[in-house]
Design a protein around this ligand. Structure first.
Ligand code: SF4
Ligand code: SF4
Ligand code: SF4
Length: 316
């Protein structure tokens, strides 16, 4: 049987599996999560991990970028350099981690900034995902489960940091985002690839509570060095598990100005309305998916029988 035929079958199974998943799960737990489960100001558990990125220490060497690609099995983005260098211009379908340069054309002011998932304490992407494909684990890493994802891209819309990226060019597209190297490294007691490789320790890994103390110690030791003498991510969007120190305004670095209320908390209010409205059509799609899938399974059984008898595959 040809690869193309197999691919079509797989694609069809995926489509009808969508309906089946809907029928089986109707609306999953995350979609129905209540505002009580998502307090406006979440408290990080004691075991919560984090990264602290100090822009004043970053030399812009970009060693963390290929290290991230390698750890995640992603090819370099060489489009801009004509196939030579890894030169992404933003987070994209093959870039989970990027170092960007902020430069003021009117002065000497410049700074580097590292961008990746912020691993929010109460992530809007998790609340926004209707099928529970995004999950925040006990350490706080926000991970993605391909088997539950239907590619609706609600997570992309929900994220205020524009982190989740969709693989437009792949026939079986994935959502690409930093997952804290959870599967590849944390699970085997290794720190994330980007923190392990950083030569200046501009980005370090540890417990969130320890890194917050470390950041505040740095500010106390050199208060004039740090913008607003505060840590970005301590309270923004209800708190994040990537923390930033900078000598220039966080907004100049492209970090959005956000309130202190958790986005997951806002998200439950929005999704409860959306899912209430969508539940009818979703259930209808689920029922249709079930019947299409059942007919397809019958068709496949008949095809297999024909192949067994004639020795030739049926052409689709
Ligand atoms: S490896 Fe460290 S110093 Fe180099 S660009 Fe990345 S964060 Fe900055
Ligand atoms: S930064 Fe975006 S993708 Fe990452 S956890 Fe927060 S909402 Fe989700
Ligand atoms: S934690 Fe892993 S996936 Fe995330 S930016 Fe660092 S190296 Fe990349």
């Amino acid at each position: 049987m040809s690869g193309a035929l197999l691919s079509r079958r797989k694609a069809f199974r995926r489509m009808t599996g969508f309906g089946g998943t809907l029928a089986a799960t109707a609306l999953p737990k995350t979609a129905q999560a209540s505002a009580e489960e998502h307090p406006a100001h979440p408290v990080a558990p004691p075991q919560a991990i984090a990264m602290l990125y100090d822009s004043t220490v970053c030399t812009g060497c970009k060693a963390c970028m290929p290290a991230c690609n390698e750890a995640n099995g992603l090819p370099a983005d060489t489009e801009l350099s004509g196939g030579i260098w890894d030169m992404p211009t933003s987070l994209n379908a093959q870039t989970k981690n990027i170092i960007e340069l902020y430069q003021d054309p009117k002065s000497d002011e410049f700074a580097f900034v590292k961008k990746q998932c912020m691993h929010c304490l109460d992530p809007a992407c998790v609340t926004g995902c209707p099928f529970g494909s995004l999950n925040k684990n006990t350490l706080g890493a926000v991970t993605w489960n391909p088997s539950l994802c239907i590619g609706c891209r609600y997570c992309e819309v929900a994220c205020p940091f524009e982190v989740p990226q969709f693989q437009w060019e792949d026939w079986n597209p994935k959502i690409v985002k930093c997952e804290f190297c959870y599967e590849q490294r944390l699970k085997v007691n290794l720190e994330p690839a980007c923190t392990a490789v950083c030569p200046t320790k501009a980005v370090i890994f540890g417990k969130r509570s320890d890194l917050l103390l470390e950041a505040k110690d740095r500010i106390a030791a050199a208060p004039d060095k740090y913008f607003e003498k505060r840590v970005y991510g301590e309270h923004e969007a209800g708190g994040t598990q990537v923390l930033y120190l900078s000598s220039v305004s966080f907004q100049k670095l492209g970090l959005p100005k956000l309130g202190t209320t958790s986005l997951g908390h806002y998200g439950t209010k929005v999704t409860s309305v959306i899912y209430k409205w969508l539940s009818g059509p979703l259930l209808m799609a689920g029922v249709l998916g079930f019947f299409i899938r059942r007919n397809w399974d019958r068709h496949e059984a008949e095809t297999a029988e024909q192949e067994r008898k004639t020795g030739f595959p049926e052409q689709l």
